[in-house]
Ligand binder design. Structure first.
Ligand SMILES: [Zn+2]
Length: 119
């Protein structure tokens, strides 16, 4: 765990596990701290990790660097109904290429008629 980066990232329940620092961008490897999730089909609590699904999404910049999050969206397998399902992440919609706060930032800039600045 990277305590300082986790704090700077400021996404509740999300931990930065590892990072790679490049000249123009930063890649943060993140995952949810939660180890128990509710099956969307039968509502049973599950903690049986099925597999890890990694994907890269854009987040707000930090210290002038473009930030990408390498997100581990855990896949669980429900022991009751036997179906696999992905965990829900509050900061990232399903199949999105950017975090919700990036989308919100763009919407706010458009609403206020500002020219898009670097995010
Ligand atoms: Zn189930």
């Amino acid at each position: 765990m990277q305590p300082l980066l986790t704090q700077m990232l400021n996404l509740p329940g999300i931990e930065v596990e590892y990072y790679r620092d490049f000249d123009s961008h930063l890649i943060l490897e993140v995952e949810a701290i939660t180890t128990q999730v509710i099956c969307p089909r039968c509502g049973e609590l599950s903690s049986h990790l099925h597999q890890n699904h990694w994907h890269l999404v854009r987040d707000l910049s930090m210290s002038g660097k473009t930030v990408f999050l390498k997100v581990n969206r855990h896949q669980f397998k429900c022991r009751t109904c036997g179906k696999p399902f992905s965990e829900k992440l509050d900061f990232l919609g399903h199949r999105r290429k950017q975090t919700d706060r990036v989308a919100e930032f763009i919407v706010q800039q458009v609403l206020h008629g500002d020219k898009l600045t670097i995010i």
